[in-house]
Design a binder for this molecule. Sequence first.
Ligand SMILES: [Zn+2]
Length: 192
Amino acid sequence: MKKEYILGIDLGVNNAFVSSTYKGCGDSFRYMIKEKDPDWTYIEHWVKRCAGYVIGWFKWSKATIIALENISFDTMTYEKFMELVQEEILVKAGNIKTHLVDCQYTSRICWVCGYEDVRNRPSQDSFHCYKCGFSENADVNAAKVIAIKCAIDLAKKFKEQGQNWMNRFFILESNRNNKILVEKIEWACDAI
Ligand SMILES: [Zn+2]
């Protein structure tokens, strides 16, 4: 049975991309693509540059899937942007699999216990779970939640097809010392 290892990537508040393995690069895109008349030449340049970092993290972590969130605050602009991101990642890394997850509540779900609450975000940068007390950089927590959502999506698909989904999908994360950890999340299994 082929195991899948998922690297979650968040479009960060402070960085362009932040990974579930504690890496970050570039200035945030969020504000650039929200502008009335985005500078696509500049954005394209940034996407290309930052996608190179993402591929590096992907290879370093030995992941098999990159999970991104499908934000839709301005559909047209964002679709164009995500197309650019996915194309660039696929071009740079050959046949990397990407998966887009629903962005709802991603930034306020606790990756440890799954509890969702607006109070979990005391500030834009920080995450503190109101239920279990877990604290983390908000973008890193979000990247891990994105990876978990991807695992849930894929496991559900396998389950529907009558295939074995248990012990098949794993989240790649790392601690601050860069040690890669492979996690199977209890609450995600309950959601499948
Ligand atoms: Zn929690």
